[in-house]
Design a protein around this ligand. Structure first.
Ligand code: UGA
Length: 429
């Protein structure tokens, strides 16, 4: 099929490239000439494992990028809206880019003779596709949805860093459409996939995405709460969750306790769902608590540190890991941000290390120290805090000898203290 992808962020680029790899004809549209140039040269505008290889195989063949909306909509049968949906100052979803994309597509649909489908892939609160995108498309095109064109919602479940793998090995595909013709065509796109395919209306598809992320975030906050209790009881919470996760109804995933969740999705999506609930006059107590527990974990790390170093004023503290999780340079909502903020408020001298994310953190904290290696960050430190689950921290050993005091507060359970001459404190264990 001929597909246009609106927006070349991580969802758009991965979706477009993977559709091209499935044999579809793909055109990616973006307003940023740099991104367009890069994609056409086979260079991914973002880092994603496996993306560069696929893009190189398809760029200039059945995948190209353009600034030209007219040609993209005229030359394709289906458009995916893959634009960002940030949170506004009140924690509500900001649909500016979805509106803009709908307007731009709608204007081009006016003169289009053949049936075209517009699919929202961006994460949007329930009711957005039918209540925001669809009326704009109808108004701009002068056509009625379901007659002149079709509308759908097809959420993504792609982890950052593993997005290509997740696209190619999904647990399920959710197709939301308010008319059967659109649903059937969207389904054809995924022909060959063997996972369950669930067809719903657009509102339900939107809710499935939010509830999936909110549930995963809830699992993490639940694991953190259990971990905080276990720590006080002298019980290893990781063994507890191993036992709990063996129950097939629970599953072992997303039960790792520690500093909590960050990233561009969980905090934003839980907040947006809370905002949506408030709009319909419901107070989501559990979801609010999920965020509260998450916010508390960095405070607990600081408390544990102060148990060993009561006065942090002027003391060098190493922070290892700045990204919101391993294998990414993304620091959005990283737990390292409030952690460093709290250390600075106590007057500590922070030296941070992250092999990929330091550059971004310099925009947030330009005045802290940045080391080139974990060992350099540890050099002369009174204590260290581990904020990201980078594999390389598992191997740290002799580097700890460079510290003034070998105190390690591990927020991600990456250091095994056995056989190491260190004072080790796990966040929840
Ligand atoms: C998440 C979801 O996992 C994807 O399914 C979803 O498509 C995506 O959001 C999205 O909405 O686009 P992502 O934000 O890339 O993906 O990150 P995750 O791998 O889910 O991790 C999120 C955070 O939870 C990280 O800070 C990680 O350290 C933390 N985490 C994860 C825990 O603290 N404990 C765990 O057991 C698992």
């Amino acid at each position: 099929m001929r597909i246009s992808i609106i927006g070349t962020g991580y969802v758009g680029t991965v979706t477009g490239t993977c559709f091209a790899h499935m044999g579809h004809e793909v055109v990616c549209v973006d307003v940023d000439p740099e991104r367009v140039k890069k994609i056409n040269a086979g260079e991914p505008p973002i880092y994603e494992e496996g993306l560069e290889e696929l893009l190189k195989d398809h760029a200039g063949k059945n995948l190209r990028a353009t600034l030209d909306y007219d040609a993209a909509i005229a030359g394709t049968d289906i458009s995916f809206i893959c634009v960002p949906t940030p949170t506004d100052a009140d924690g509500r979803i900001d649909l500016r880019f979805v509106r803009e994309a709908s307007r731009s597509i709608g204007q081009r649909l006016k003169n289009k003779k053949s049936y075209h489908i517009v699919v929202v892939k961006s994460t949007v609160v329930p009711g957005t596709t039918s209540g925001v995108a669809r009326p704009i498309l109808e108004q701009e095109s002068g056509k009625k949805a379901g007659e002149g064109f079709g509308v759908g919602m097809n959420p993504e479940f792609l982890r950052e860093g593993k997005a290509v793998y997740d696209f190619q090995h999904p647990d399920r595909i959710v197709i939301g459409a308010d008319d059967p013709k659109a649903a059937a065509i969207i389904r054809q796109l995924y022909a060959g996939y063997t996972c369950p395919v669930l067809e719903t209306d657009t509102k339900t598809a939107e809710m499935i995405k939010y509830v999936s992320n909110a549930f995963l975030a809830t699992k993490i906050s639940f694991a953190n709460e259990v971990g905080n209790i276990c720590k006080r009881l002298g019980i290893d919470t990781y063994k507890v969750m191993e036992g709990v996760g063996l129950d097939a109804r629970i599953s072992p995933h997303f039960l790792r306790s520690g500093l909590g969740f960050g990233g561009s999705c969980f905090p934003k999506d839980v907040k947006a769902l809370i905002g949506k609930a408030a709009e319909v006059d419901y107070e989501p107590l559990l979801l609010k608590t999920v965020l509260k527990v998450n916010d508390k974990q960095p405070e607990i790390a600081l408390r544990l540190l102060k148990k060993h170093v009561p006065d942090l004023k002027g003391k060098k503290i190493a922070v290892l890991g700045l990204a919101f999780k391993d294998d990414t340079d993304d620091i959005r909502e990283s737990r390292a941000i409030p952690l460093i903020g709290a250390l600075l408020a106590e007057g500590a001298k922070v030296v941070a290390y992250d092999r990929m994310a330091a550059g971004h953190m310099k925009n947030v904290y330009p005045n802290i120290g940045y080391a080139k290696t974990a060992g350099d960050a540890l050099d002369g430190a009174e204590a260290c805090l581990i904020a990201t689950e980078w594999k390389e921290f598992e191997k740290l050993d002799v580097e700890f000898a460079r510290m003034r005091q070998k105190i390690v507060i591990d927020g991600r359970r990456v250091v095994d203290p056995r056989g190491k001459d260190i004072i080790y404190e796990g966040l929840c264990w």
